[in-house]
Design a protein around this ligand. Structure first.
Ligand code: 2IT
Length: 445
């Protein structure tokens, strides 16, 4: 490995020893950067890597709220403002019991490169809380969001930091967060994306991550002279991202045979229909975090407590959460004839899985494949600034163009550095160069 990269990586491991997800994300990026680091000595001279692995700012705060029984609850809130070299911090808020500083630092780090790839002027950030919205009443979620925003509002702004949703944060939560921000600041501005349509939300934002990942897969298939129509697909998850992907896959004539939840997975041998896709929304709204009811309703099989990577499929789209697909899962997929894995969750594959899959099958890293969500967030910011809104067709066409740019940029960059077909390296290198050049130009800051 390159000496400079080796040194920075060792320092990151020593300094953040209790942050395994963050170390995993940094290692995955840094170990692919040698060709640009060697060709551009100005990066080492300006300590670009040392600066890139340190968030510009991290805020951690207490979130007190009162539950429906009148009991005071306390959660921990965070915002990691990772990198603002190319635009205001931008990235989602995750409300999930697994949220830690390590998880949000990995997500903020990834977001910086992802946002760079979108072609839009957005820096990287991420935030959230260990609050679990599952099983909470609307009133509890609202009071939590109001308390969370009471502190967060001091640190964000339409030109400073623009949060959005992520796991556990959807339209309902963004609505409550926006309402509280507006009330505290007496400002109606585009400080959050993923808003409801009547108050500045963009059409196609809810579908964007899922649609984008399928468009990305289409561009990859095009390079291989293949079509998505007729391909058998296994998805994990049943939330917003899996729903958008399923919807687009069904529209394009792919056969979606699996979705999953924390309780297990559904195997629908005939392939999902539009009714099945619509039913995913009902499952999500039920607030129970289970997919099992899908089986009885659509005559499919429910496999309790297992992951969907054991089904026979051509393409797998992990759409749930980090490290949901490990080395053993990867081997099983390949043994069963899988030819493409499109990582749709952020760092959905463990390092083992990425190393095994990349090269054996066509492999798309999350920071490229799932960038459609934040890209349409960027388009929501543009519409808010112009005080205009675009039609669904316009937004969808822009999303498709952006996914094509991301695909081509990752593909061409990999080829330029002698790693044709390696989308992991291509996406990291392309995402990195833009941010690094902006940092060099802005001096030591
Ligand atoms: O991981 C992601 O890119 C998101 N959760 C979307 C972030 C955003 O600002 O739309």
């Amino acid at each position: 490995m390159n000496k400079y990269i080796e040194k920075v990586l060792a320092d990151v491991k020593a300094k953040n020893a209790n942050e395994p997800e963050f170390i995993q994300a940094v290692e995955e990026v840094l170990t692919t950067l040698a060709p640009v680091i060697e060709a551009n000595p100005q990066y080492e001279k300006a300590a670009i890597l040392e600066r890139m692995v340190e968030p510009e700012r991290t805020v951690m705060f207490r979130v007190p709220w009162v539950d429906d029984n009148g009991v005071v609850q306390v959660n921990r809130g965070y915002r990691v403002q990772f990198n603002s070299a190319i635009g205001p911090y931008k990235g989602g808020l995750r409300f999930h019991p697994t949220v830690t500083l390590s998880v949000l630092k990995f997500l903020g780090f990834e977001q910086t490169f992802k946002n760079s790839l979108t072609t839009l002027p957005m820096g990287g950030g991420k935030g959230g809380s260990d609050f679990n919205p599952r099983g909470k009443s609307d009133g509890e979620v609202m009071r939590f969001c109001q308390s969370f925003m009471t502190e967060l509002s001091r640190h964000i702004g339409a030109d400073t930091d623009v949060p959005a949703g992520d796991i556990g944060v959807g339209g309902r939560e963004v609505g409550y967060l926006f309402g509280q921000y507006k009330r505290l600041r007496n400002e109606f501005v585009g400080v959050l994306t993923g808003k409801g349509r009547p108050f500045g939300g963009s059409l196609v934002r809810p579908e964007a991550t899922g649609y984008g990942t399928v468009y990305f897969a289409q561009y990859m298939l095009e390079k291989l002279g293949q079509d998505i129509k007729g391909k058998t697909v296994a998805l994990s998850g049943f939330g917003n991202v899996a729903w958008g992907a399923a919807q687009k896959l069904v529209q394009l004539g792919a056969k979606v045979v699996a979705i999953s939840g924390p309780d297990g997975y559904i195997y629908d041998e005939k392939g999902m229909t539009q009714e099945g896709v619509d039913y995913m929304l009902e499952l999500r709204a039920s607030n129970n975090d289970v997919v099992e009811p899908y089986a009885a309703k659509f005559g499919a099989k429910f496999v309790k407590g297992r992951k969907p990577w054991e089904v026979k499929c051509d393409i797998a789209f992990p759409c749930a959460i980090q490290n949901e697909l490990n080395g053993d899962d990867a081997k099983m997929l390949v043994e069963n004839g899988c030819m493409m894995v499109v990582e749709t969750s952020n760092m959905g594959c463990t390092a083992d899985a990425v190393n095994y899959l990349n090269g054996r099958v066509a492999f798309a890293p999350g920071k490229a494949a799932n960038a459609g969500g934040v890209a349409v967030s960027g388009l929501e910011m543009s519409q808010n600034s112009m005080r205009l809104s675009w039609s669904a067709e316009e937004v969808d066409a822009k999303l498709k163009d952006i996914m094509k740019s991301i695909h081509d940029n990752a593909y061409d960059t990999a080829e330029k550095y002698g790693m044709k077909g390696n989308y992991v390296a291509g996406a990291n290198l392309a995402g990195f160069i833009k941010v690094a050049d902006a940092m060099v130009a802005q001096g030591v800051c």
